[in-house]
Design a protein around this ligand. Sequence first.
Ligand SMILES: [Zn+2]
Length: 410
Amino acid sequence: MPLDLVLRQCRLAEGEHVDIGVAGGRIAEIAPAIVADAPEEKLDGRLVTAGLVETHIHLDKAHILERCDCGQGTLAEAIAAVAAAKRAFTAADIHLRGRRTLEKAITQGTTRMRTHVEVDPRVRLNGFDAVRRLKRDYAWAIDLEICVFPQEGLINDPGAEELLVEACEQGADLIGGCPYTDTDPSAQIARIFAIARRFDLDIDFHLDFDLDPSWMHLDEVCRQTDAHRRGGRVAVGHVTKLSAVDDARLTAIGRRLADSGIAVTVLPSTDLFLMGRDQAHHAPRGVAPAHRLMAQGVTCSLATNNVLNPFTPFGDCSLIRMANLYANIAQLAGAADLRACFDMVTTSAARLMNAADYGIAVGHPADLVVLDSRDPASAVAELASPLFGWKRGRRSFTRAATVLHHPTVA
Ligand SMILES: [Zn+2]
């Protein structure tokens, strides 16, 4: 098949300099110097990735800060404020706000995304319907995976389970849970596993989102994952409790997670913003040490979570920024540790999503993003800008290059 496009002088994450040939939306050839008569783009040794991978974001409740009245900055306040605002959400409103968020993510170089979507008797399937539309509307730029979940509880919220099941029947990609908001957390975990088995879906829990290490729902999630043989198909997000345990206990938990095949997503911006609010000074960081777990063989990712809402009143959807923020909080500096941060928004994040066709390899979709950097560690350290990208071989975004206007010397 003749090539449609050749990217020349690409630098890959491992350091090789190659040309990449694209045909029919897929990567057709990778070689030091491709001979072809095809349109080409010279990248001058810039870093090329298969795109950034967002494993955990909430498109349905992004951009609502101006509708919420928050002063404490606690998790309880954020859940209550969004629960109140959610009553006025319509599918059109969610679509509009989700679109703004999604377009930001695309221009930050994200090519795959898992979004959580709230389903309950208040918002019903409005969020699910709107995000399904977004998935179709933006398929040319991003693969969007929808995880439906009961943010306000399941066992304590009659009608929520029927709606979750309805969303699964209508094609939700996976199911999530939020046991800490339920009156019976273990029962919620059991129901979520039951629904996941019924529809053969992966699971992604919001879990252990405080700094009290005396108990963890993680124990029950590990137990159920083993019992249902769902290793490799379960992820947990936040687990901020893991920032409050000592080395020995963290090592034991890391081993358990690796053995059970449970992946971990850390959400640095939200966790920093919401944790430790009971401390008037010397507040803890409250961010789980993902790089330590990753070193033990746990699949880990860093993700955005929320954008401009009471959970996180910030956000530009940049995963490079999130990797940099994490490196800063975790006090990482060496090339290997910064590389791990890069992996947590690319390859490791894709592994968490079981995205088997992710990566720069012949036969994979031609999802290619150029970063203004030479290597992954520098990209994280220097917050490298994504310059442009392709989704399945079609140019999907371009960011204008910065121009410096030196005074003219006479
Ligand atoms: Zn979340």
